[in-house]
Write a protein that binds this ligand. Structure first.
Ligand code: SAM
Length: 245
């Protein structure tokens, strides 16, 4: 993995990622709206619509790299407050913001917050009905390992859903997007959060992430069946889906 001019190993990469999210935790939600022009809300709603959680008690989901709770809150709401979820993140600052928001929304009884690494999930095999991860997997140093862990903790019949920035597959939009992400996003980061570097890192991590078909192949290699993906906004984001059958 290269970061700027240097090459960093997995441990160093994780440290850089952790620094970014410790710094931005309090401003993370507003930054998301600014950076994506509110689109992240549309994409997250699409993930939850695809999951379509049952409106009955007993559904258990794990939201990995769950940060400040956006995906988990949406799943709980879509289940008529029936679903039980675990929000897992490696970063205590992000989880802290999430736990506070959960109390405010009245979801404290539905959710638990666990500080751990996506590469080593502290759960038994076959524990969850669904595994979700949104804009998180590109930050994980060993993606294959995280996918194998996802497979392990899902029960048979369980579903894997991953939302991530992807390869823009629309001409023109790809150029606008490049201009925005290489110049606009770091500049906005500096203006709002006082620091451009973390955002430069994030933009770079998006560039390095495997494109749609390659990522689908990785999910299949981890053991999942019926793997497919849907592009949103011309491929700025893509939702990958798979089943543990
Ligand atoms: N899912 C949330 C959302 O969509 O708003 C948060 C996404 S945020 C861009 C990425 C999150 O991934 C951060 O909260 C970060 O701490 C977390 N993360 C990075 N590396 C991780 C790892 N190895 N294991 C678990 N979480 C990790």
């Amino acid at each position: 993995t290269s970061y700027g001019f240097r090459t960093v190993d997995d441990g160093e990469k994780q440290t850089l990622v952790n620094d970014v999210f410790h710094k931005v935790a309090k401003r993370y939600d507003i930054m998301n709206d600014v950076m994506s022009g509110g689109l992240h809300r549309v994409w997250k709603d699409a993930l939850v619509a695809k999951l379509n959680p049952p409106r009955r008690a007993g559904f258990r989901f794990l939201d990995v790299a769950g940060g400040t709770g956006d995906i988990a809150f949406r799943i709980v709401a879509a289940s008529d407050n029936q679903a039980q979820g675990t929000v897992l993140d490696i970063n205590g600052s992000m989880l802290g913001v999430g736990a506070e928001r959960a109390v405010k929304k009245g979801y404290a009884g539905n959710l638990e917050f666990v500080e751990a690494n996506a590469e080593e999930l502290p759960f038994e095999d076959n524990s969850f009905d669904a595994y979700t991860i949104a804009f998180g997997i590109r930050n994980v140093p060993d993606i294959d390992k995280a996918l194998r862990e996802a497979y392990r903790v899902l029960r048979r019949g369980g579903r894997f859903l991953c939302l991530e920035f992807s390869e823009v597959e629309m001409p023109l939009l790809d150029r606008i997007y490049d201009a925005w992400s290489f110049n606009g996003i770091p500049a906005m980061g500096k203006a709002i959060a006082g620091d451009a570097e973390p955002y430069q890192y994030l933009v770079e991590s998006i560039r390095k992430f495997p494109r749609q078909d390659d990522f689908a192949a990785m999910i299949t290699r981890a053991g999942f069946s019926r793997v497919h993906y849907t592009n949103y906004t011309g491929g700025i984001a893509a939702l990958h889906s798979g089943w543990k059958l």
